[in-house]
Ligand binder design. Structure first.
Ligand SMILES: Cc1ncc(COP(=O)(O)O)c(C=O)c1O
Length: 393
């Protein structure tokens, strides 16, 4: 199978990831931070080593400012619901994933005002001056994706961070499509809360993610419960990272994530990004020779992540996805990608889009093969197999 669905979750994972998980399960399978025996201490050590490596990756000064979560969605829920209160105004973009828009929708029903800054219909880009223009006296935060999961469009995070700081606003960044492939420096970018999945470009297993919380910033926890420390105290301890990590953490997954970050550092994030963008360029350039393919978003590799969405004229999106999957064994994602606002921005909510997302485990020949398949589909040479579209949404 050719796997072009790394924006959903990356696959394959480096061998070191499952090896670290196996080791943790066999040698450090106790509950991290809950007991003083040798194996519990070892498990805790593994969890905290991963925390430290993530802190180094994002230039976080104190690793305990990172709390582990199940995924980016949980991290975003903690950041957004933990910070924003009725009466507050927040600013977001029209290119967000449902893991931002749905918590904001929920909060809007509790009296939070939400402004969605419109992005370009052609490219998905946002203008700083459009964000600046909607800041109000009760504005509390800017909440924004680093890169669209539909078009790959990068948001100017550093400039937005500066704008947030100048106006005394908190800055929450959804790094679901960038953590592990683009440089993220929470200090340089003035990021107060950084939500990231462990299982996409960070190459860790599913069930991992985290939230960086700037020191001194106190959120309402999503969960209250056992933390392994200060058990005699009735209220949720105000100690990091315990405050937001009630319950047993996914130590096996976190062990795998630690090995993944080590792998990324060894290979080099710059090298990985450049290679993934090279694959993206091959695809973008090759698609220009196929009559009927329409690319949505930026047509070049500058200002984008390695995620590309497109349609083929005269072919319904679910049909193309079915042919790719069933006839050509190419795994991709078709539909609205949990990002209806982004599709409304692009004008593709009804039509939907086919998305290819590349990882550094892909090779150029896979891109060329896919281009040939798309040419055959566009040329009307391929019969549509029977398919069930319920998974494409
Ligand atoms: C931009 C964006 N934000 C958030 C998420 C949610 O990530 P997770 O599946 O880790 O909750 C995704 C997942 O695809 C995403 O692309």
């Amino acid at each position: 199978m050719i796997y072009f669905d790394s924006a959903a979750t990356s696959w394959p994972k480096p061998d070191a990831v499952w090896q670290a998980m196996e080791y943790c399960m066999k040698e450090a399978g106790a509950n991290p931070g809950r007991s003083g025996h040798r194996m519990a201490v070892k498990a805790n050590h593994i969890v905290n080593e991963t925390r430290k490596s993530l802190a180094r990756l994002f230039n976080v000064e104190k690793s305990e400012q990172i709390s582990f979560t199940l995924n980016a969605t949980e991290a975003l829920n903690l950041a957004i619901k933990g910070l924003v209160r009725p009466g507050d105004h927040v600013i977001t973009s029209s290119m967000e994933h449902n893991s931002v828009t749905r918590p904001l929708h929920y909060l809007s029903e509790q009296g939070v005002e939400v402004t969605k800054v419109p992005c370009s219909r052609k490219t998905g880009e946002i203008k700083i001056e459009d964000i600046d223009a909607v800041i109000r006296p009760n504005s509390k935060a800017i909440i924004m994706t680093h890169a669209s999961n539909v078009t790959g469009t990068l948001m100017p995070i550093k400039e937005i961070g500066r704008l947030a700081k100048e106006n005394g606003l908190f800055f929450i960044v959804d790094a679901a499509q960038t953590a592990g492939v683009f440089e993220i420096d929470v200090q340089d970018m003035n990021i107060d809360l950084l939500a990231f999945p462990g299982h996409k470009s960070l190459l860790g297993p599913t069930g991992t993610g985290g939230l960086y919380i700037r020191e001194g910033l106190e959120l309402i926890p999503l969960k209250h419960g056992g933390t392994g420390r200060l058990s005699e105290v009735a209220e949720q301890p105000n100690v990091m990272p315990d405050r937001y990590e009630s319950g047993t953490v996914n130590s096996f997954g976190i062990a795998g994530l630690g090995a993944a970050v080590k792998y990324l550092n060894n290979v080099g994030i710059d090298k990985i990004r450049n290679y993934e963008l090279e694959l993206t360029r091959e695809f973008l350039v090759g698609s220009r020779n196929i009559k009927g393919i329409k690319i949505y978003g930026i047509k070049d590799i500058v200002g984008r992540a390695p995620v590309v969405s497109f349609t083929i004229e005269g072919r319904a999106v679910p049909e193309v996805a079915a042919i790719l999957q069933k006839t050509f064994n190419i795994a991709c994602r078709a539909g609205i990608h949990c990002a209806p606002d982004a599709h409304k921005t692009l004008g593709t909510l009804q039509q939907k889009l086919i998305r290819f997302s590349f990882s550094h485990f892909n090779i150029k020949n896979e891109v060329y093969y896919a281009l040939n398949c798309l040419a055959d589909i566009a040329g009307g040479k391929v019969k549509v197999p029977e398919y069930d579209d319920s998974c494409n949404c």
